[in-house]
Design a binder for this molecule. Structure first.
Ligand SMILES: *Cc1c(COP(=O)(O)O)cnc(C)c1O
Length: 367
């Protein structure tokens, strides 16, 4: 068996090559690289896909998080509650605005923010809760939105890993003030470089984000506020428009593979727990095993690539450790020692999926 990568972006490209090549060459011919027609159309189409009032394409998921928090006025006296078990960008947005990240532990089953611990971490300074939808499953947004309402907090979603997911039948953005997406190439919806979007139903907030991402402009030569240069470019928007049409079918195939893994592996590993009423889009398929490092070593021998999302939680990273909370993040610290992710991308062939599952069963029996 040939080596199976954790992601294989080339396979996806080959499946849509003609359409993508045509779109790219037509943009190069017209030389409309910035603020072009595809930018406008993608914003409309992605907002519609998310059932949101507005979508604002930006230069990355990191930029989306920063600009949303900035537009909502988060600043130095504010505390923002978020998980430690996430990618650094989630906390960077908070810290780069001078605000304080308050790391809270996650639910040991879903690996997402535990609502009761969020409520316990609220202080007079708390302004916002930043929920992360890790591995493709939304955090418990219905509970978090009740807490946000009760304490008059802003609720934001980091949905960089959850394009197309549902919580109680609702898409990303339904329960929150705004949600942020990444179109990093490997994400469920990815472009050919960096890209991201913010969605919201709030017109004023949408206008503010649009201005901030484009130098505070309201027209070509008029700058209302001091902004940033964080636009999504037109080439990326054109590619995203093509891929968006396939997103649901790709996510279904991810679920099909995940369901197969669940059936084959649940006797040997802790398989992903999907809460009732939740639909995961499996950005990655993450297993747990006490001898994680041995399992990975054996998988590598069998030409199967793995990843760890994430091996070191943010409260233990040099960049953020001075924000570590006083109380222990017990679940987070335990989970990061046992988790590993295996290939789940939609273009995997059935034979590869079967080989991965069979190998994992053999490995579990041998260690
Ligand atoms: C990918 C990711 C981001 C950052 O997105 P970029 O587009 O790479 O800037 C933020 N948060 C999470 C949880 C991510 O997975």
């Amino acid at each position: 068996m040939k080596k199976i990568e954790l992601f294989d972006l080339n396979r996806q490209y080959l499946s849509i090559k003609n359409e993508v090549d045509q779109a790219i060459s037509s943009i190069i011919s017209s030389s409309t690289f910035i603020s072009g027609e595809d930018n406008q159309k993608f914003d409309i189409e992605f907002a519609k896909y998310c059932n949101a009032g507005y979508s604002i394409g930006v230069s990355s998921g990191t930029a989306a998080l920063f600009l949303v928090l900035k537009a909502l006025g988060i600043s130095k006296d504010d505390e923002v509650i978020l998980p430690s078990h996430t990618f650094a960008a989630t906390a960077e947005a908070v810290v780069n605005l001078g605000a304080t990240p308050v790391f809270v532990d996650v639910d040991p089953k879903t690996y997402n923010l535990e609502p009761s611990l969020v409520e316990a971490a609220i202080t007079k300074k708390t302004r916002a809760v930043l929920a992360v939808h890790l591995y493709g499953q939304q955090a418990n947004m219905s509970k978090l939105s009740k807490i946000a309402l009760k304490y008059k907090l802003i609720l934001i979603e980091d949905a960089a890993q959850a394009h197309g997911s549902l919580h109680r039948g609702h898409p990303v953005g339904f329960y929150s003030d705004a949600a942020c997406f990444s179109f990093y190439p490997a994400k469920n919806l990815g472009c050919f470089g960096d890209g991201g979007a913010a969605i919201t139903d709030n017109k004023k907030l949408a206008n503010q984000i649009s201005m901030l991402k484009d130098h505070g402009r309201t027209s070509k030569y008029y700058h209302e506020i001091v902004g940033y240069g964080e636009r999504l470019d037109n080439l990326q928007a054109a590619i995203l428009r093509i891929k968006l049409k396939h997103l649901d079918e790709w996510n279904s195939r991810r679920r099909e593979i995940a369901d197969f893994y669940n059936r084959e592996l649940s006797a040997f590993y802790i398989t992903p727990h999907v809460s009732s009423g939740s639909v995961s889009v499996y950005y990655v398929y993450t297993l747990r095993h006490e001898s994680r490092d041995d399992v990975i070593k054996n998988l590598t021998k069998k030409q199967i690539s793995t990843g760890i999302y994430y091996p070191t939680p943010l409260h233990r990273q040099p960049a953020f450790k001075h924000f570590a909370p006083k109380n222990k993040l017990t679940n987070t610290d335990q989970i990061v020692k046992e988790i590993f992710s295996i290939p789940v991308y939609p273009e995997l062939e059935d034979a590869e999926v079967e080989y991965i599952a069979t190998s994992l069963v053999k490995i579990a029996k041998s260690i």
